[in-house]
Write a protein that binds this ligand. Structure first.
Ligand code: UDP
Length: 338
């Protein structure tokens, strides 16, 4: 019997790639999404790639009654909770929105799960929970000092999950701390499609490459890094998607709560990413140096040994593949899903 997994935020960037991987791994899926930062067309593309159809519902996870109707229609064996809002800048301006969407939604989902006796959850967290922790690479037990509202909204949910797992040992919970997911499915059918001007580096570079943005502003070139630009742990979204499936499989065998860093374990600078993208796309990426972006850290990357040892998961795809796949998606869909 196939297991059915509920994917919240399944039409989002991470959610959609994870849906493809779940279907390829023999799971059935049901998606819920409020489409606040995604489009139903994404789910058609997931179906096209997978050659499989699956049910989806336009609901907001904070809507308990709507969520209960979905739980009433299907028999789930686990939940992947990817739904959430994720703009660091917007969160600073509108903290209540971030606690509403990221904390309230998680509480509603957890209450519904608890009531139904469904206690297997993979939660999308973020490396931003480490914030100003000075120990690099970040290890899962490194102190959490998020320096942004967004990071705190993720940390608070992590705290709730810890309390839940301590109170009831039958919960099976994996917290996944994503580093910098980039790239796209190699088909070029799904990828990252931010609303408005992109905040993140790779989608911004992609838009420069197709002429939607004139040039890249590189935020800071006086950091204490080899070339002065910020260093991050970029990982291919397909590797990240595989990490979710490994975590879900693991929770089929083990109870309790475990946290995993998902990254490659090495950092690349902004300039290295620009060069790799130019090489992969054959396009020049004009850039200028701009002041540091407030709240940015110089350099961080993951210690990935726990995911390697416990889940037998490693990010396999190179920076070149991340750029080539991001470029294939962007060049085939210059206007995103529109
Ligand atoms: N960055 C940049 N220009 C941009 C967007 C990002 O120079 O238009 C830099 C940013 O300062 C950081 C890196 O690229 O060093 C990754 O930024 P992103 O926003 O993608 O991820 P995060 O800051 O969350 O790691």
């Amino acid at each position: 019997m196939k297991q059915t997994i509920l994917v919240t935020g399944g039409a989002g960037y991470i959610g959609s790639h994870t849906c493809v991987e779940l279907l390829a791994s023999g799971y059935d899926i049901v998606v819920v999404d409020n489409f606040s930062n995604s489009k139903p067309a994404v789910l058609d593309r997931v179906g096209q790639i997978s050659g499989q159809e699956f049910p989806w519902y336009e609901i907001d996870v904070r809507d308990r009654a709507a969520l209960a109707r979905v739980f009433g229609k299907h028999r789930f064996s686990g939940v992947l909770h990817c739904a959430g809002v994720k703009s660091i800048a917007e969160a600073q301006r509108d903290p209540l929105k971030y606690y509403q969407h990221n904390l309230e939604a998680s509480l509603t989902l957890l209450e519904e799960m608890a009531e139904r006796g469904l206690k297997r959850l993979v939660f999308s967290s973020s490396a931003t929970v480490y914030g100003e922790c000075t120990q690099i690479p970040y290890r899962e037990e490194s102190p959490l000092k998020p320096n942004t509202v967004y990071g705190r909204s993720k940390m608070v949910v992590e705290d709730v999950l810890h309390d839940l797992a301590s109170a009831d040992e039958s919960w099976r919970i994996a917290i996944l701390r994503y580093f910098n997911p980039v790239g796209a499915h190699p088909s070029g059918l799904i990828g990252e499609d931010p609303n408005g001007t992109p905040n993140n580096l790779m989608p911004y570079i992609c838009q420069v490459a197709v002429g939607k943005q004139a040039e890249l502003a590189i935020f800071g070139h006086d950091y204490p890094t080899p070339d002065g630009t910020g260093v991050r742990d970029y990982l291919h979204v397909a590797d990240l998607a595989e990490g979710h499936v490994r975590a879900l499989d693991y929770l089929g065998r083990e109870t309790g709560l475990v946290t995993f860093n998902l990254g490659t374990g090495r950092g690349y600078s902004v300039l290295e990413v620009v060069r790799a993208f130019e090489h992969a796309s054959g396009r020049a990426i004009p850039f200028r140096y701009a002041p540091r972006r407030s709240g940015d850290l110089a350099s961080y990357y993951a210690d990935t040994s726990r995911a390697a040892n416990t889940l037998d998961w490693r990010a396999k795809r190179s920076l070149g593949e991340m750029c080539a796949d991001a470029w294939r998606w962007q060049s085939k869909n210059p206007g995103g899903y529109a």
